[in-house]
Design a protein around this ligand. Sequence first.
Ligand code: BDR
Ligand code: CA
Length: 317
Amino acid sequence: GKKLLVDVDCGVDDAQAIMLALAAPNVELLGVTCVHGNTTVENVCKNTLRVLQACNKLEIPVFKGAAKPILGNSLSAGQFHGQDGLGDAPDPNAPGLDLVQKEGAVSAMIRIVNENPGEVSLVATAPLTNLALAVRMDPSLPSKLRGLYIMGGNTESRGNTTVCGEFNFAADPEAAYVVLNDYRCPTYLACWEFTCYSKLSWEFCDTWLAQDTDKARFMARIFQHSIKVSQSERFQKEFVAGTGFISCDSYAMAAAVDDSFITESDHYPVSVELTGTHTRGMMIVDTVGFLKDAQKAFIMKKVDMEKFKQMMMAALK
Ligand code: BDR
Ligand code: CA
């Protein structure tokens, strides 16, 4: 089976991505590392445990990572995901934080990859702070990865957090810079605009949530808040025409789970803007060839949407 290690800031689409991976055949989830982002890292740990509980997979280890970006303070995406990160639909039977491993996320990442050299695909659906710290602690880490799958960055300088900044990159631009530069391994990016062009229709979402399972009922509860925000007029105007839900993180996960998921991609050197009046956190795509030393990444352009819907359906079965 495929070995995955997943780094999340467990909001609603992270939850969907984790559930997609848990339902995929031949996939072994070795652990989930948590980081600040959509909400505090403590909430992220709690949310991850809730998702694992909903899937009867509490044996998968959860590790707590960075509480803040390399520089400055954390952002939050409470407006979209709910203040607690999962739609502010609390569960009295949620597992306690005592289930979080004692070992920290960065050490766990380094240990797990070194125990399985060449076998682990790392999926990052959050600010890249943990990954940046890990490569500083163990520079050999990227060479031991099978692949790196990231939801983050943008290709048309269209932001969702600042004018030009996508959330995961804008929440820790230095970390994104380090990761794009220093992870010299096959790297796949699900960038913001691509995810906007690959929305799931509301009809699909209705069918998806109507499945008669506990997992579907769990998802329906945590999802209500983001559905409301996504359907608001303001969101539709700001974040790319056309309606439907953008399960951003699930695209990175689907690519890691199934090699044939990406049907078309660009392969260019990429980097991140660290200064600028409006552009801090914006991803740079070098289509011309100036960034001689920058690493090339595969930027997803087209994916198999039928396969995607099947994987999503299976996630709530
Ligand atoms: C990214 O930001 C977060 O809010 C989502 O979970 C996703 O990882 C989208 O820009
Ligand atoms: Ca996320």
